[in-house]
Design a protein around this ligand. Structure first.
Ligand code: NAD
Ligand code: DAU
Length: 371
């Protein structure tokens, strides 16, 4: 088992990163060290997602949590963070993550996802080389978080395995594919100890409500239209965010260096079927009649280049590392719906006038949606 003292988490103020920090600092993970959260706080980064963590672990004489606002593209800022905190592990979540936005404005996706990843890799390589000389045996790790979208789109059958050739089809997935290749190149060329995971669609608390599940939940609560792209028959493989983070932690501690692992929910749903299921749960939790919620479903123009189906084969991580999903879809969706109902302050701040003004300025009045 690998052990680390100081884990640098990039993008820790985002959806999966904030859940990861909470998990790492919980008893359950067994991690005893310090977490440094480096985030630029773009529209998707929100320190309100970490108020409890800051309170429990950010103070006292031996704080185990520290937030540093920085851009992963800023080399000198990243160099200072490595030096100041003597980082021995990186878990790299920071990215522009929304496909629709990548279609409207690809540039930030290229600079953050490709150049930002390069900057982190190169700073890590130089910093760890100075300390340990040879990198291949150094007790350090760079773990890169990636997506199943790098594999392209499936037809009615088949699954993405770790050997599926890359075939990214949106600016987002192309930028993630570029970052994956850089991570592997740094391993093969310089001996940087890396691991990489490609995961399917996550859902759960603290997800920014531009993504399908939180958008639909909030629109139902607010009696707004539920926009379904195209014919609604695109398929995604849904995984509860905590199950994802447990898998990532397994790979970091026990995975083979230089290898990649797929993580998936084995839980495929057509978007329209998923929406009907969500309607049922929201109706049960709020008392809103299902028929009224169904009337809100609105089929809209399809996302350009909309990948038809994603489905992950996660045999490798199950067999090699003994990981498996533990949260059923019913349980995960109900927890998620309840979380959005119970956390109106978090939601209201995001859906507030200030945020909307920012979105309009940067993405126009459609708010980052292409349809
Ligand atoms: P998110 O959009 O919720 O969070 C991204 C975070 O990165 C934000 O806090 C943002 O402020 C930060 N960030 C963006 N640009 C930055 C920069 N230049 N410097 C520093 N910080 C910056 O994303 P998420 O859904 O939590 O996804 C996290 C990672 O997981 C991404 O790499 C994404 O590609 C990958 N992933 C996501 C999913 C999913 O379903 N959400 C599935 C598979 C993989
Ligand atoms: O597969 C992993 C990927 O999952 C991650 O790499 C991405 O970061 C993450 O955003 C997610 O990408 P998707 O494009 O699959 O997620 P999104 O929530 O945007 O859309 C899910 C499906 O729902 C997709 O088929 C498009 C559709 N959709 C989405 C929105 C926002 C709609 O029909 N209506 C909508 O309003």
């Amino acid at each position: 088992m690998r052990n680390f003292n100081t884990i640098l988490i990039t993008g820790g103020a985002g959806f999966i990163g904030s859940n990861m920090i909470r998990y790492l600092l919980s008893e359950e993970s067994g991690f005893k060290g310090v977490v440094i959260n480096v985030d630029l706080l773009t529209y998707a980064g929100n320190l309100e997602s970490l108020i409890d963590v800051e309170k429990s672990f950010g103070g006292g004489s031996n704080p185990r949590y520290k937030f540093v606002k920085a851009d992963i593209r800023d080399r000198s800022a990243i160099e200072n963070i490595f030096k100041n905190y003597n980082v021995d592990c990186v878990i790299h979540f920071a990215a522009e993550s929304h496909v629709d936005r990548s279609i409207l404005g690809p540039e930030a996706f290229i600079t953050t996802n490709v150049l930002g990843t390069y900057t982190l890799l190169d700073v890590a390589r130089k910093y760890w080389q100075e300390i340990y000389g040879t990198l291949s045996d150094a007790p350090v790790l760079f773990h890169h978080i990636s997506t199943d979208e790098v594999y392209g789109s499936l037809g009615d059958t088949g699954y993405f395995t770790e050997n599926t050739p890359y075939d990214p089809r949106s600016p987002y997935s192309a930028s993630k594919a570029g970052s994956d290749h850089l991570v592997m190149a740094y391993h093969h060329t310089y001996g940087l100890p890396v691991t990489l995971t490609n995961c399917s669609n996550n859902y759960g608390p603290y997800q920014f409500p531009e993504k399908f599940i939180p958008l639909m939940i909030l629109n139902m609560i607010e009696d707004k239209p539920l926009p379904v792209y195209g014919d609604g028959k695109n398929i995604r493989d849904w995984l509860y965010v905590e199950d994802h983070n447990v898998a990532v932690w397994q790979v970091i501690r026990y995975g083979k260096v230089g290898e990649k692992y797929n993580i998936g929910g084995e839980n495929e749903w057509e978007n329209i079927r998923l929406l009907e299921y969500l309607i049922q749960i929201v109706s049960e939790e709020t008392g809103k009649p299902q028929e009224k919620l169904k009337e809100l479903i609105t089929f809209v123009k399809d996302r350009p280049g909309h990948d038809r189906r994603y489905a992950i084969d996660c045999t490798k991580i199950k067999h090699e590392l003994g990981w498996k999903q533990s949260v059923s879809f019913e349980e995960g969706l109900r927890k998620t719906v309840k979380w959005y109902l119970d956390n109106r302050k978090w939601v209201d701040h995001i859906r507030s006038g200030e945020y909307l003004k920012w979105i309009e300025k940067n993405y126009g009045e459609r708010g980052g949606r292409v349809c």
